[in-house]
Write a protein that binds this ligand. Structure first.
Ligand SMILES: Cc1ncc(COP(=O)(O)O)c(C=O)c1O
Length: 432
């Protein structure tokens, strides 16, 4: 098989548009992991920490294993294995493009993760760009901008659109609205279509942080008229160190190369001629080929399963988890827009009489349940939700002052995991 046959097979880039085939939901690695709890007993691990990093899907692991024997350099080698690996890497780009419904002329740049993607875009903004960002963002989307206008957490979705409208209207020059599609704290979905519309009415662009959306819902960049999306492979069941920035070429083609080195240049003499194609321009050095292959395999696996089945199962489990927690005295779920607002499989909560760290440690040590505790790298938002004040002493993402517990689910989560969490929290509360 040659490189040419790879691209002329049924899986040509053009043929790679997502089409669900409704295959069974794939398995994740580690579903049978056992962990020690108090007293030395082993119990099946209840992984309820998907929003931090999701386990690897079996088809992802299989794709990486299949690519390894021919693994070689990309873009530089004449050897057969190099050509094959290069073809696989570029095919991964097409798969990712199709997965997020990007326009044919959008760039797909492989990054390390979402943080890397937002920082890459920040370095490419035209001179004098003002960024508008809500205080509800993850730090990856809150912090990279040189000139930022920060908006208070909006009281309801329409208020988000109104506040963005007002802020963008007041800005002269290039502007970028940055917004998360699904909150990593509450799981709540943001009105990204309406925000894109408002941004464009003011001549602004919009970057959507889709780190917590793409593992749970289909995203179509073209239909939503988004300019850029960023996401991470490790939250999308592909923990091999790759993420992506997808979107309009022009700013990326003109921005400072993200890394300077081999691959990003056309020629080097007295002066340096950089590539103006965004992909090579911002992917200097040897890229994370296996990460890209893994990411594409995850995209393929989710698409083949079909979102209907995935969303139905997630909604069933998350409804059970939320109503179970709500039935326990002293447990408070964090929410910006109320109980009925649509959300993905993420629930953050506090337990009266316990710090978040005490709850998380007890859940792990006594019940074999893995959750996240802290401020989830979203300090202003968590402070707002908890009604606590912050400042220089606010600490890092793991600081326990004014923190919450977060349970998050995805493919491989079971009703037993959810019920175990509810009963464990009930048990903790009864001991207070
Ligand atoms: C909404 C959101 N954006 C960005 C990030 C940063 O992702 P990464 O750590 O993969 O860069 C996270 C991680 O938790 C997130 O939840």
């Amino acid at each position: 098989m040659s490189t040419l046959t790879i691209f002329s097979s049924a899986r040509t880039p053009e043929a790679a548009a997502p089409s669900a085939t409704n295959r069974p939901i794939p398995a994740v690695l580690g579903a049978d992991l056992e962990v020690p709890v108090k007293g030395g007993r082993l119990v099946g691990y209840a992984n309820l920490d998907y929003a931090a990093s999701a386990p690897c899907l079996e088809p992802v692991s299989a794709a990486v294993t299949a690519a390894l024997p021919a693994y070689s350099s990309v873009h530089r080698g004449a050897g057969y294995a190099s050509q094959l690996t290069t073809a696989r890497y570029e095919q991964a780009r097409h798969t990712v493009r199709a997965f997020v419904g990007a326009r044919p002329d959008d760039s797909v740049i492989f990054t390390r993760n979402t943080t890397d993607a937002t920082n890459l875009l920040a370095g490419c903004l035209p001179e004098g760009t003002t960024t508008v960002v809500f205080d509800t963002e993850h730090h990856a989307s809150l912090l990279p901008w040189r000139h930022a206008v920060r908006l208070a957490p909006p009281a309801f979705p329409g208020e988000a659109v109104r506040a963005a409208d007002e802020a963008l209207a007041a800005i002269e020059g290039p502007k970028l609205l940055v917004v998360t599609a699904a909150s990593n704290v509450t799981g709540e979905l943001w009105p990204i279509a309406a925000l894109a519309h408002i941004a464009h009415r003011h001549g602004a662009r919009i970057l959507v942080d889709a780190a917590q959306l793409v593992p749970h819902r289909r995203l179509n960049l073209t239909a939503l008229d988004l300019d850029y999306v960023a996401f991470s492979g490790h939250k999308l069941y592909a923990p091999f160190g790759a993420g992506a920035l997808v979107g309009r070429r022009d700013w990326l083609a003109e921005g400072e190369p993200y890394l300077k080195g081999g691959g990003a240049v056309r020629s080097v003499g007295e002066s340096v001629e950089w590539h103006d194609d965004p992909e090579p321009r911002h992917e200097a050095g040897t890229p994370n080929v296996l990460g890209a292959i893994a990411l594409a395999a995850a995209c393929d696996a989710l698409t083949a399963t079909g979102w209907t089945a995935l969303v139905r199962e997630e909604e069933r489990l998350i409804a059970r988890l939320r109503s179970g927690l709500a039935s326990i005295d002293g447990v408070r779920e964090l929410s910006l827009w109320g109980d009925d607002h649509p959300r993905v499989g993420i629930v953050s909560f506090t337990v009266a009489g316990y710090s978040a760290r005490e709850v998380a440690e007890a859940l792990s040590g006594e019940y074999g349940i893995g959750v996240r505790d802290g401020k989830f790298c979203a300090h202003p938002f968590v402070r707002h939700l908890l009604g606590t004040s912050g400042g220089a002493s606010d600490g890092d993402c793991m600081d326990d002052t004014g923190s919450a517990v977060r349970a998050s689910i995805g493919i491989g989560s079971t009703q037993e995991h959810v019920d175990r969490l509810i009963e464990a929290v009930r048990d903790l509360v009864s001991r207070r």
